[in-house]
Design a protein around this ligand. Structure first.
Ligand code: TYD
Length: 223
């Protein structure tokens, strides 16, 4: 984990990897492939997600994703931030302090991309809220799986998964989410790895492994 400059004294031993991207881009598949590879190399891996990585988070996830009817934009942003605050404090930081590898589906970049795409809230405000919630924690590696929203939609339809509230939003919303993710990646090239998610899963997994291997210096090296 890296910290913002004002929190730089809190060093951690483990490695923290997040997966980001729109709905239906294959985050879960890639997180699973990475988890299997790292576990096979002898690392202790904690697999988690936002929202919903903890017991409290599961309750919050139910509100933000399954509540019928509107949730005010600021309330929604605070709910994601509340989930995040509890998740980072009680699960992610302790695992990293033990020197473990944390593989996480979604983090604050999702808040900036999704809550920002609603056009009501400002991206910087959302990011600052999340950084306050997590006491400045930023992942070592963030993999952005980038895919044309229409392709992602087709995958979700093929999976025949019921839509949650956000997945059912309009196509232009998803186009804004995608653009927001890409500009976040552009702003932090050191943290982000952007992968074309239309490539075969095995090729994507290889690109992810390469980036993770490059960052494994501080953790036990794979054999
Ligand atoms: P995800 O768990 O990836 O969905 P699924 O389990 O259905 O594949 O994400 C759930 C939704 O939550 C997704 O549409 C994006 C949204 N989300 C936000 O809007 N803001 C956030 O901060 C996070 C973490 C997720």
């Amino acid at each position: 984990m890296t910290e913002r400059a004002d929190d730089a004294d809190r060093s951690t031993a483990g490695l923290w990897i997040t997966f980001e991207g729109g709905d239906g881009v294959g985050k879960t598949t890639q997180a699973t492939l990475l988890e299997e590879w790292l576990s096979g190399c002898g690392h202790t891996v904690v697999r988690t997600r936002e929202p919903g990585g903890t017991e409290v988070g599961t309750l919050i996830r139910d509100i933000v994703l399954h509540h019928r009817g509107d949730v005010a934009p600021r309330a929604e942003a605070l709910l994601y931030a509340a989930d995040r605050a509890h998740h980072i404090a009680t699960l992610v930081r302790p695992a990293l302090a033990r020197g473990e590898v944390v593989i996480q589906d979604r983090y604050l970049d999702s808040s900036v991309a999704y809550q920002g795409a609603g056009r009501v809230l400002d991206a910087t405000e959302i990011r600052d809220l999340s950084l306050w919630a997590s006491e400045g924690a930023l992942p070592d590696v963030t993999v952005l799986l980038d895919l044309e929203p229409a392709d992602a939609r087709a995958r979700l339809d093929a999976d025949d998964k019921p839509f949650d509230r956000l997945e059912a939003e309009k196509a232009d919303f998803h186009a804004r989410v995608r653009a927001a993710f890409l500009s976040l990646a552009e702003a932090e090239p050191g943290r982000f790895l952007v992968v074309d998610a239309s490539r075969p899963a095995a090729d994507i997994a290889e690109a992810v492994r390469e980036r993770v291997m490059a960052r494994l210096g501080g953790v036990r090296a794979p054999h």
